[in-house]
Design a protein around this ligand. Structure first.
Ligand SMILES: C[S@@+](CC[C@H](N)C(=O)[O-])C[C@H]1O[C@@H](n2cnc3c(N)ncnc32)[C@H](O)[C@@H]1O
Length: 228
């Protein structure tokens, strides 16, 4: 079968120029013939939607863009709206059921990226894959990022880096520790240049098989918290 990169030559999406297709192919090749629901935020001229449609031969593909599109792509549904609009995102997700793959190639503004991820995570299938492109914008102030402060609150890269703690959340046990909504639900986070792949998946409990916490444990945790 023709490779993703070869198909990409037919469609002038900038995914060709940024080396993303080689990375995509690595993850997508085993999924190619499966029946998946795929959403891409950011349609532009529709080239990436055409690419996905041709590559994933049995999948349902849809796209979302803030601008109205005056073209149609066979068997691909294009929604118009803002990636921050939770009502619209839920409406799209409810129409398709869970999404197996979601690609965010929309505004690239950190706040928007995080809003969409926060909302769509619940609409991602159990072992679904969420991808965010063009993360170089996380280092650009007008996109809500910073070149200097790499742990800037609400920058997209800092947000995705923090998901790695959700993978290892079992080790974050502290007296006042509260699980966040991603803890135990992230299988892995794969960073490449300017793009991240987040694999959803329930983690196994390796270290805390229903051990009852006693007062001494709480005291020790309190000490380690105070002197961290
Ligand atoms: C980089 S282009 C998408 C390119 C396309 N995915 C491709 O590979 O050919 C980004 C698109 O995101 C859209 N966009 C910008 N802000 C958005 C928002 N808040 N919600 C949804 N789409 C948005 C723009 O209109 C633009 O078409």
């Amino acid at each position: 079968m023709i490779s993703l990169k070869e198909i990409g030559k037919k469609y002038p999406t900038n995914k060709n120029d940024y080396g993303f297709l080689d990375i995509y192919e690595k993850y997508f090749e085993p999924l190619r013939e499966k029946k998946l629901n795929i959403l891409e935020i950011g349609v532009d001229k529709g080239d990436s939607l055409r690419l996905w449609k041709e590559y994933f031969i049995n999948s349902k593909i849809c796209g979302l863009d803030i601008d109205k599109k005056d073209f149609k792509i066979n068997d691909v549904e294009i929604f118009q709206g803002d990636q921050n609009d939770k009502t619209l995102l839920s409406k799209i997700a409810n129409k398709y059921g869970k999404f197996d793959i979601i690609i965010d190639d929309g505004s690239h503004i950190s706040k928007h990226i995080i809003n969409s991820f926060n909302h769509l995570f619940d609409h991602l299938s159990r072992n679904g894959l969420y991808i965010v492109e063009d993360l170089q914008t996380s280092y650009i102030p007008r996109y809500g990022g910073s070149r200097m402060n790499l742990i800037k609150k609400n920058s997209s890269m800092n947000f995705f880096k923090s998901l790695s703690d959700s993978i290892n959340y079992e080790n974050l046990d502290r007296p006042f520790f509260k699980k966040n909504r991603f803890d135990g639900l992230i299988n892995s986070v794969h960073f490449y240049q300017n793009i991240v792949f987040i694999f959803k998946g329930e983690s196994k409990k390796y270290f805390h098989p229903n051990v009852k916490t006693n007062f001494l444990d709480i005291f020790k945790k309190l000490l380690s918290y105070l002197f961290r």
